[in-house]
Design a protein around this ligand. Structure first.
Ligand code: FAD
Length: 381
């Protein structure tokens, strides 16, 4: 696939570095991580040493501040590993959670947390979703009450990536009980080990098995008032703002995984003999893969154009919502078609295409379900 103009020489070098990293450090171990249900800390440390975890953080705190285009490329390459749990876990750390600290943290918070986040010593999670509030973020009920120099937090969160093995959780809670809906929500920095923070269970999932997912309870969890992240009561707007990063990298990871699934399938159909020739010799196969590659290219072009708009500071909520829908829906379509073309072998547990089909399923749900994204588009039509 030809690269868009925003992929500079520097980013091409980054891509080469990422491809080597995936080939040498991920592919030999990916199956074991799936069984263990986690990405090992050593991988975070290695990525930190390679300068891969600070791309969205300021240079002053040890980051490289490479911007949204680099984030999309990073997401694409991690997903090309074929192990969806890797981008799920790492992108939550780099683009979906810790960016709140860079954007809204005090100097003291940045100095305290960013170096460890960038080096891979401190793994971060973001806890917004609740059992009764998913797509409808404003419906959250977890409460944070100020008592002197502390906040006391009570409530629960569900489906929290990195919630089991992470070290720092950015928790959203309602700070103004009288405010309705999106008003009166704030963000907090909660360190693992804080009394009252309970990891209720590690959730068993359909896919992305190597990323850990937790249900959390907060039982009179006390944190210093200094751990308020950003302005009090303005957390909902911070969450919506950071959703743009989140949706861009989700689109990026869907594009990378789709391209990989097509590559694996091309390899399969060109070798698989049937009816006196290969599956590739059947026009239906060629045209199906041709159409899928066309859709992935369109999603890729849209996603990178959004990353460019973001870089230029142009409001592109509508376009990012479109990119998230298109890339993630195409992803699900691609893996289903690729499994079909693999025949029975695609249905056997542990083959890449079988795993990729399971991993793809969350992409149209998490970080803004397709229908929610389409509402964002429609509101701006
Ligand atoms: C593996 C995994 C990891 C996750 N990681 C995190 C994390 O790290 N942090 C975090 O805070 N959350 C996380 N989530 C939560 C995720 O973002 C939510 O699951 C998602 O926002 C959808 O919310 P919900 O599951 O409550 O579905 P609901 O809100 O109940 O929606 C269910 C379905 O209803 C439909 N729907 C919803 N709204 C509309 C609408 N307006 N119009 C039409 N149809 C609609 C959609 O089809 C949607 O899929 C994760 C979830 C999973 C499964």
């Amino acid at each position: 696939m030809a690269d868009p103009a925003c992929i500079t020489e520097e980013l091409r070098l980054l891509r080469e570095q990422l491809r080597r990293f995936v080939a040498e450090e991920v592919m030999p171990h990916g199956d074991a991580w799936e069984r263990e249900g986690r990405i090992p800390r050593s991988i975070y440390k290695l990525m930190g040493d390679m300068g891969l975890l600070g791309m969205r953080h300021p240079v002053a705190y040890g980051g490289t501040d490479m911007g949204p285009v680099a984030s999309v490329l990073f997401a694409e390459e991690l997903a090309r590993s074929s192990y969806g749990g890797l981008p799920a876990s790492v992108l939550v750390h780099t683009d979906m959670s810790s960016t709140h600290i860079s954007r809204r943290g005090t100097d003291e918070q940045k100095r305290k947390y960013l170096p460890g986040i960038i080096s891979g010593d401190t793994i971060v999670a973001i806890a917004v979703t609740e059992p009764g509030a998913g797509s409808d973020v404003a419906g959250m009920r977890t409460k944070a009450v100020r008592e002197g120099g502390e906040y006391v937090i009570n409530g629960s969160k569900i489906y929290i990536t990195n919630g089991v093995h992470g070290d720092l959780i950015i928790v959203a809670a309602r700070t103004d009980p009288t405010a309705k809906g999106s008003r009166g929500i704030s963000l907090f920095l909660v360190e693992k080990g804080t009394p009252g923070l309970i990891i209720a269970r590690e959730m068993d999932k359909h896919g992305d098995l190597s990323s850990d997912t937790a249900e959390l309870f907060f039982d009179d969890m006390r944190i210093p008032a200094a751990n308020l992240l950003g302005d009090e009561h303005k957390g909902f707007y911070a969450i919506m703002d950071n959703f743009q990063n989140e949706r861009l990298v989700l689109a990026g990871s869907s594009i990378g995984a789709s391209a990989k699934a097509i590559e694996l399938t091309l390899d399969h159909v060109r070798n698989r003999q049937a009816f006196g020739a290969t599956l590739w010799d059947l026009q239906a196969t060629r045209q199906r893969l041709g159409m899928l590659a066309t859709k992935v290219s369109a999603a890729r072009a849209l996603t990178y154009s959004c990353a460019e708009l973001e870089t230029r500071g142009i409001d592109c909520v509508r376009e990012i919502s479109m990119a998230k829908v298109l890339a993630c829906e195409v992803h699900v379509e691609v893996v289903n078609a690729c499994l079909q073309l693999h025949g029975g072998s695609g249905f056997i547990r542990g083959t890449p295409i079988e795993r990729m089909t399971r991993d793809a399923r969350i992409q149209t749900i998490g970080g803004g379900a397709t229908e929610v994204m389409l509402e964002e588009v429609a509101k701006r039509m």
